[in-house]
Design a protein around this ligand. Structure first.
Ligand code: NAP
Length: 269
């Protein structure tokens, strides 16, 4: 299938590692020029260079901390200037700390909402005027199945995800007349650089060993494994393409059919 992405431009946030890096690479392989951000310049520039080398596309690495409103705004304007237009925005930078109610501090909650929710709000707000001016665009938000498949050990990501899902669908109602469409992608567990840390947090919150915690997520997924970053990226690349423009105001799960309550039952055994 020709995704009709050749010559398009995209912003991908949090693209130096993990799912964002795989999405950026996937889009570049389809002929998209990119502006990408992260906080640390070293890994960001290394990823930009890798993508340029593998795909020959233009990649602009711009450091930004999206928990900071001024950084988020400056990033979008710098990206628009470098790329000339913004056809696609992929909001992706968004980890939120797991943990139970007693463990989570005010700072944890703030951290979750400032990045995973307000980071998306800020980047979207500053991108929309460019998309309106150029006659349309596409926003794909990486959210997470915690927003729908709730668990007591991931309430902060769950709240931030639910807010992001609501935001995504609500904006589709407002900006369709400007030819801007929105959708959310809800991954379950994905093997990224931070997976080991997530397993350790799960062991802490469920009072089980790290070895036991490591088996919980695969055991809750009928396919018996967690996702690889490229599997999520393949879906996002399709959704970012003009072929999927009509997939609007909705969200798609990519979690192998995870039954999250099985994780809790496994702990009780
Ligand atoms: N991995 C999973 O299992 C999973 C499951 C469900 C949903 N998701 C969602 O999928 C998205 C991607 O997740 P991920 O696991 O690949 O990792 P992530 O931790 O969300 O993203 C890592 C990338 O974001 C950058 N980043 C982190 N904090 C940032 C900040 N304040 N400002 C700008 N950039 C920042 C990191 O670089 P720096 O550290 O240099 O800033 C890195 O490039 C997230 O929205 C996440 O919630 C992931």
């Amino acid at each position: 299938m020709d995704l009709k992405l050749v010559g398009k431009t995209a912003i991908v946030t949090g693209a130096s590692e993990g799912i964002g890096k795989a999405i950026a690479m996937g889009l570049a392989h389809e002929g998209v020029d990119l502006a990408i951000c992260a906080r640390r310049a070293g890994p960001l520039e290394a990823t930009a260079e890798l993508i340029r080398r593998e795909t020959g596309r233009k990649v602009y690495p711009i450091t930004a901390d999206l928990t900071n409103p001024a950084d988020a705004e400056a990033f979008i304007h710098a990206a628009a200037k470098a790329l000339g237009r913004i056809d696609i925005l992929v909001n992706n930078a968004g980890s939120a700390p797991g943990g139970t109610l007693d463990y989570l501090t005010e700072e944890h909650w703030n951290q979750s909402l400032q990045l995973k929710f307000m980071g998306y709000v800020r980047c979207t707000k500053h991108t929309i005027p460019y998309m309106i001016k150029q006659g349309g665009g596409r926003v794909v938000n990486l959210i997470g199945n915690d927003g729908l498949k709730r668990s007591y050990w991931e309430i902060a990501p769950g709240a931030a995800n639910a807010a992001g899902q609501n935001f995504t669908i609500a904006l589709a109602g407002q900006y369709g007349r400007d030819n801007i469409s929105f959708c959310a992608v809800n991954p379950g567990p994905v093997r990224t650089e931070r997976w080991a840390g997530l397993v350790q947090a799960m062991a802490r919150d469920m009072n089980i060993s790290v070895e036991e915690a490591d088996k919980l997520a695969p055991a809750s997924i009928p396919l018996g494994r967690i996702a690889e970053t490229e599997e999520v990226a393949d879906l996002v690349v399709y959704l970012a393409s003009p072929r999927a423009h009509f997939v609007n105001g909705t969200m798609i799960e990519i979690d192998g059919g995870q039954q999250k309550d099985l994780m809790d039952r496994a702990r009780d055994r």
